[in-house]
Design a protein around this ligand. Structure first.
Ligand SMILES: *Cc1c(COP(=O)(O)O)cnc(C)c1O
Length: 401
């Protein structure tokens, strides 16, 4: 197999998978792996869940696509189910996280204009990641994401994540022009950084007081990942706008932008759209995902298994010279290493048959499927302990002996 025909945007590991089941994957040689990455927080129900397989089979034999020029019953049902779970009355569906965030950014612009702001500004966070389109890249703060693509669409103000006082400063500077703030409740790509307790609640109050939209990117943190349906529910708040993608389709591409009715109704027929967005197949599968999550109590499982995994990791790795911090919420856990390590993912896969994700070079990110069992949590914890047992800090990097 060669990747010569593909644009070199990724540097994939020399491992390819043939099939999966639950938390297990098998490579082309039949070797078994334990999946603690879930395709970057996508396959929350695990691989090949029988009800998802059945929903895809049945819908594929009925109808895949008609376009949004006609009513799509599954889309309406999905919108209603998400509204009941989130308190946000209206949904727009598209095909990815970046598109969902683009929808949110466009809504914020309309909202700004509606408030009489001619040049509306959106506040974003340092170390944020919101996607790879020009707009979401401009809203992101990862140099590797932005490098070489300037000029980017402007109109974003960056503040430190978790720092309320910083908001006061930008408000004094740009107050009249700000229409919204966009952030991840737990920053994922930049290394599982959890917002300080009380921060989202304070932001909610701030936004209400200044008539800014509170827009939460829950593409990674939503759909049960942190032990609640949506991470902001840990603080008992409701945002004005929320974006979802990743686990919503359990592997089928679907993104969603949800909003309060008054905000959502700033869109008018023709003001936004998507050819594939919300087709019968993806919407039916997403409805099935929500139903399975409820029937199998996966949100609770994520909370319980997340506590278990965090506890195990802290017990076995605390004080390890290579480990700087272990943090997380629910089944979104980061182990920050003291120094970067380049081939951790390959080592974990080859030596421990464990699939992990590593972000920013120094943070091992664990995102196991939400249906992970207690036994598999123990296996993940043990695999990581064994992996890091042989690790040492050598100068400015982590090395293995
Ligand atoms: C993955 C991710 C995105 C981008 O989603 P795509 O489907 O890759 O476009 C945006 N925001 C957050 C927080 C993410 O984790």
């Amino acid at each position: 197999m060669t990747a010569a025909s593909l644009m070199p945007t990724y540097q994939p590991l020399p491992i390819s998978f043939a099939r999966g089941e639950g938390c297990r994957l098998w490579d082309l040689d039949g070797q078994e792996y334990l999946d603690a990455a879930a395709g970057v927080a996508v396959t929350g129900l695990g691989h090949a869940h029988p009800r998802i397989v059945e929903a895809i089979r049945e819908q594929a034999g009925l109808l895949l696509h008609t376009s949004n020029l006609y009513g799509i019953e599954w889309q309406q049902r999905l919108g209603e189910r998400l509204a009941a779970l989130s308190g946000l009355e209206k949904a727009f569906f598209n095909n990815s996280g970046a598109e969902a965030n683009e929808t949110a950014l466009k809504l914020a612009r309309l909202y700004g204009r509606h408030r009489g702001i001619e040049q509306p500004l959106i506040v974003v966070m340092e170390n944020a990641f919101h996607g790879r389109t020009l707009g979401t890249m401009a809203a992101s703060d990862t140099s590797s994401v932005r490098l070489g693509y300037q000029p980017l669409p402007g109109e974003f103000i960056k503040v430190p994540f978790g720092d309320l006082a910083a908001l006061t400063t930008v408000t004094q500077g740009f107050g009249q022009r700000i229409c919204a703030v966009l952030l991840e409740p737990v920053q994922g790509e930049s290394g599982v950084r959890v917002a300080p307790t009380g921060y989202l609640r304070a932001l909610r109050d701030w936004c209400t007081r200044h008539a800014w939209l509170l827009m939460l990117d829950e593409i990674q943190t939503g759909m049960g990942r942190t032990g609640r349906w949506f991470a902001h529910q840990h603080e008992g708040i409701v945002p004005d706008v929320m974006t979802l993608a990743k686990a919503l389709g359990n592997g089928l591409p679907i993104g969603a932008c949800l909003a309060r009715k008054a905000v959502a109704d700033l869109f008018t027929p023709g003001s936004h759209g998507s050819t594939f967005g919300g087709n019968p197949l993806v919407c039916r599968v997403a409805c099935t995902v929500l139903q399975v999550m409820e029937d199998e109590r996966l949100v609770t499982n994520a909370a319980v298994r997340g506590e278990q995994l965090l506890g195990l990791l802290r017990a076995s790795l605390a004080g390890h010279p290579c480990v700087k911090e272990i943090r997380g919420r629910g089944l979104m856990i980061g182990i920050e290493l003291a120094q970067p390590q380049r081939d951790l993912m390959l080592r974990a896969a080859r030596e421990q048959r464990l699939l992990i994700s590593v972000t920013r070079g120094t943070v091992i990110r664990l995102l196991p499927p939400l249906m992970v069992s207690s036994e598999d949590v123990v296996a993940i914890g043990e695999g990581l302990s064994r992996l890091l047992l042989a690790a040492r800090v050598v100068g400015k990097r982590v090395a293995f002996c």
